[in-house]
Design a protein around this ligand. Structure first.
Ligand code: 6PG
Length: 466
C-alpha cells in the first residue's frame, strides 16, 4: 500500500476543511477522529479524493510515511495530551506532531520538552482564519526548532493564505512562540471587535441611526484606513434579515461568549507587567455582558442623569468616530506588539515583527490594510520600542487624538459605555507623560509601609518619618 504523506487527527469543521485543503494541494491525507462515523462522512461527502480514513489509531499512524507528519486539529487543553499519549507508542523517532489547536503556550513548551526527550519532534502552530481559512488558506504561526520547521515548511506554505503571492506563514521562533503569537492575535481580535461594537453603540444609541445607515457607514469606512476583514463582515451583519424579515442583529442576545484565549493574554500581561489596557477592557466587557440578569435588574435601579444630546454636525461627529476607531486600533496593536517584545526578551525568542505583521495580512481574522504601516514602522526601525513612536503613527495620534477625546467625553456624558475607547486615550496620555501622578503613590507606600522612594534630585532610596 502506498504510504500517505500526512495525517490529521480531529475532524471538526476546522479539521475536515484542513484535510480538504491539504488534499487539494496534492497531499495524500490519512484522517482519524474519535467518532469514526464523523470521519467517514468526510469520505462520503468528498468521493474520489486522496483521503483515507481509519477506525483504529495504530492503523492511522502506520499508514503515514516516515518521518510522519501528524497534524492535531483538536480542542486545546487536556484532550491534546490525551491524544498525544494515544499515538506515542506507535510513533518512531523523528516523527513530527504539529499542534494547530489554540493551545496555551506554556503547555506547548512542556509538550515539546517531553516529546523531544522521546525523540519525537513537536510544533506548536497557531492558525487563524476560521473555517474558510482552514479550507482556502489560513494564517499560520509555527513555533518550534528551526530545523523541524524546515521539514514542514512546504506543507505549511501550501495550505496557507497568500497575500499578493506571499505565503502567510513564517517561522516564528522556538517552542511556545507560535501559540503565544496566536494568543496575541486573538487579543487583538477581541480589541478590534470591542472598539467596533462601541462605535456601533454610539451610532445606534447616540445618533439614533438605523441598521441600514450604520451598514453604509461601515461600508464607507472599509474603503479607507480602516479597511479590514472585521469591518467588512460588520457592514454585512447589519444588512442580514431573519426569516421574519427582521434585522437579525436586533434579535441577537447581548451576552458575548469566549473560549479563553482572551483571558490568557490578560493573565500573561499581568505576569510579565505589560500595560495591555485596551485588550484587557475588551475581555472584561465580555464578562460584564454575561451578567445579563444583574444588568437588567441594575438598569431599573441605577439610572443615568437626563441628557439631551444634540449633534451639531453629524458628518463631523461620524468622522471623529472613524478617527477614534483608527487611533484606538493603533493603540491596541501598539500594546499587543509591546507585549510581544517583553515576552520575546524573557524567552529569548528573537521575534521578527516585520514577518509577524506580514503573516497577518491575509487569511486571519485581524487582516487589515494598516498592517503595511506596521511593517513600514519596523522596517524603518527594527528596534522600535512602541509602535506609537514611529513617525507615521505618532503623526496620526497627534492628528486624531482630539476626535478620540471628543467621542469618549461625549459618550461618557451621555451614559454610553466605551471602556476600550477610554482606555485608548488614557494609555496615550499616560505613555506620553513625562510626569505621572505616581510620586504620590510612592509617598503613600512609604508612609504606611516604609517601602522607600527615589528622589528626582538625588540618587538612592529614601524613607521619611511622615
Ligand atoms: C481565529 C480565531 C479563533 C478563535 C475564535 C473564538 O483566528 O480563527 O481567533 O481561533 O478561537 O474566534 O474566540 P472566542 O470564542 O474566544 O471569541
Amino acid at each position: 500500500m502506498k504510504k500517505k504523506h500526512v495525517g490529521i487527527i480531529g475532524m471538526s469543521v476546522m479539521g475536515s476543511n484542513l484535510c480538504l485543503n491539504l488534499e487539494r494541494n496534492g497531499y495524500l491525507v490519512s484522517i482519524f477522529n474519535r467518532s469514526y462515523k464523523k470521519a467517514k462522512e468526510i469520505l462520503i461527502k468528498n468521493p474520489n479524493k486522496n483521503i483515507l480514513c481509519f477506525k483504529k489509531i495504530n492503523e492511522f499512524v502506520n499508514s503515514i510515511s516516515k518521518p510522519r507528519k501528524i497534524f492535531l486539529m483538536i480542542k486545546s487543553g487536556n484532550v491534546t495530551d490525551i491524544v498525544i499519549n494515544s499515538i506515542l507508542k506507535y510513533l518512531d523517532k523523528k516523527d513530527i506532531i504539529i499542534d494547530l489547536g489554540n493551545s496555551f503556550y506554556k503547555d506547548t513548551i512542556r509538550r515539546e520538552k517531553y516529546l523531544y526527550s522521546l525523540g519525537i519532534k513537536f510544533v506548536g502552530a497557531g492558525i487563524s482564519g476560521g473555517e474558510m481559512g482552514a479550507l482556502l488558506g489560513a494564517s499560520i504561526m509555527p513555533g518550534c526548532n528551526k530545523n523541524v520547521y524546515n521539514k514542514i515548511k512546504s506543507i505549511l506554505i501550501s495550505i496557507s493564505a497568500k497575500y499578493n503571492g506571499v505565503p502567510c506563514v513564517d517561522y516564528i521562533g522556538p517552542d511556545g512562540s507560535g501559540h503565544y503569537l496566536k494568543m496575541i492575535h486573538n487579543g487583538i481580535e477581541y480589541g478590534d471587535m470591542q472598539i467596533i461594537s462601541e462605535s456601533y453603540c454610539i451610532l445606534k444609541n447616540l445618533l439614533k441611526m438605523s441598521n441600514l445607515e450604520i451598514s453604509k457607514i461601515f461600508s464607507t469606512w472599509n474603503k479607507g484606513e480602516l479597511n479590514s476583514y472585521l469591518i467588512e463582515i460588520t457592514k454585512k451583519i447589519f444588512l442580514k434579515k431573519d426569516n421574519k424579515e427582521n434585522y437579525l442583529i436586533d434579535f441577537i442576545s447581548d451576552v458575548a461568549k469566549n473560549k479563553g484565549t482572551g483571558k490568557w493574554i490578560c493573565k500573561s500581561a499581568l505576569e510579565i507587567e505589560s500595560p495591555l489596557s485596551l485588550i484587557t477592557e475588551s475581555v472584561l466587557f465580555r464578562y460584564i455582558s454575561s451578567l445579563k440578569k444583574e444588568r437588567c435588574l441594575a438598569s431599573k435601579i441605577l439610572k443615568s442623569t437626563e441628557t439631551n444630546f444634540v449633534c451639531k454636525n453629524k458628518d463631523f461627529f461620524i468622522e471623529d468616530l472613524r478617527r477614534s476607531l483608527y487611533l484606538s486600533k493603533i493603540i491596541s496593536y501598539a500594546q499587543g506588539f509591546y507585549q510581544l517584545r517583553i515576552i520575546s526578551k524573557i524567552h529569548k525568542w528573537n521575534l521578527n515583527y516585520i514577518n509577524i505583521a506580514k503573516i497577518f495580512r491575509s487569511g486571519c481574522i485581524i487582516r487589515a490594510k494598516f498592517l503595511d504601516k506596521i511593517i513600514n514602522a519596523y522596517k524603518n526601525n527594527f528596534k522600535l520600542k512602541n509602535l506609537l513612536l514611529d513617525n507615521y503613527f505618532s503623526k496620526i495620534s497627534y492628528k486624531y487624538q482630539n476626535s478620540l477625546r471628543n467621542i469618549v467625553s461625549t459618550s461618557i456624558l451621555n451614559g454610553i459605555p466605551v471602556p476600550a475607547f477610554s482606555s485608548a486615550i488614557s494609555y496615550y496620555d499616560s505613555y506620553r507623560s513625562n510626569k505621572l501622578s505616581s510620586n504620590l503613590i510612592q509617598a503613600q507606600r512609604d508612609f504606611f509601609g516604609s517601602h522607600k522612594y527615589e528622589r528626582i534630585d538625588m540618587k538612592g532610596k529614601f524613607h521619611t518619618n511622615w
